[in-house]
Design a protein around this ligand. Structure first.
Ligand code: ATP
Ligand code: MG
Length: 231
């Protein structure tokens, strides 16, 4: 019965170490992201980019300090409160055993076939189905094994479009993707960044340029912050 989430996110003096690690990855970290902002996170490997996103998504919770969503400490609400307003595409996107259609519908179980196809078209994921003999009814294999990384990402983007979340998280794939699929993915990203709060762990310059703010992270700290033109 809560108000729909708008997507204003605040890290308030957040210190964090993983449950199985004793080293703090973040210490007294502060960040305010107004609703609708696209934040690109860049930095070298191990800098803490995925950790920031893990905390924002509540895959892990702060050891000290608070994370506020629309001004509310997310630990005061259920996991599903945040997760129903959250869409994400991770570096090695996870698909479920089942068909392409089922995998996209996972973002909104009540969607009709027409709605699923419409969402897929927006991010060109229909191109994936078109190339295959069984089309939308193609089995993606165990965990999506019979799809390429690019195809898995397009299917995941379609799932996010259908779900239309207030908060969208993308950990961009670094693995090689063919030029044609690459173009489709860039279009999909542009669509998904509009009108929602987005955290993008960015490798593509094209994505970084679209961000309202770029955070350069090093050893769990923001060392630079600004727009693409400023940095
Ligand atoms: P990359 O560009 O390689 O993805 P990153 O900036 O995303 O790097 P993180 O994954 O946030 O870096 O890792 C930051 C630190 O936290 C690293 O020292 C890493 O070893 C550690 N770490 C990451 N995930 C875990 C985990 N699940 N358990 C314990 N330590 C972790
Ligand atoms: Mg990472």
């Amino acid at each position: 019965n809560w108000e729909p989430i708008k997507g204003d996110i605040t890290f308030e003096d957040v210190t964090f170490h993983y449950p199985d690690g004793n080293e703090n990855i973040l210490e007294h970290f502060n960040l305010h992201v107004p609703a609708g902002t696209t934040v690109a996170i860049v930095g070298e490997t191990g800098a803490g980019k995925s950790t920031l996103v893990n905390l924002a998504c509540r895959f892990f919770e702060p050891t000290q300090g608070r994370i506020l969503i629309d001004g509310v400490d997310y630990r005061e609400r259920s996991q599903s409160w945040l997760h129903s307003a959250l869409g994400y595409v991770l570096q090695s996107p996870h698909l479920f055993t089942g068909t392409i259609m089922e995998n996209i519908r996972y973002g909104k179980l009540e969607a009709t076939d027409e709605e699923v196809i419409e969402a897929a078209k927006i991010v060109s994921a229909d191109q994936v189905a078109k190339r295959l003999e069984k089309g939308w009814q193609t089995d993606v294999g165990e965990g999506g094994d019979s799809m390429s990384t690019g195809e898995k990402q397009l299917i995941s983007f379609a799932r996010a479009v259908l779900a239309d979340p207030a908060i969208f998280v993308l950990d961009e794939a670094t693995s090689s993707i063919d030029t044609e699929t690459e173009q489709l993915i860039q279009n999909a990203i542009s669509y998904l960044l509009k009108d929602r709060t987005s955290f993008i762990i960015a490798h593509r310059l094209s994505t970084i340029r679209q961000a309202d703010v770029i955070l350069v992270v090093k050893a769990g700290k923001i060392i630079e912050q600004g727009t693409h033109d400023e940095l």
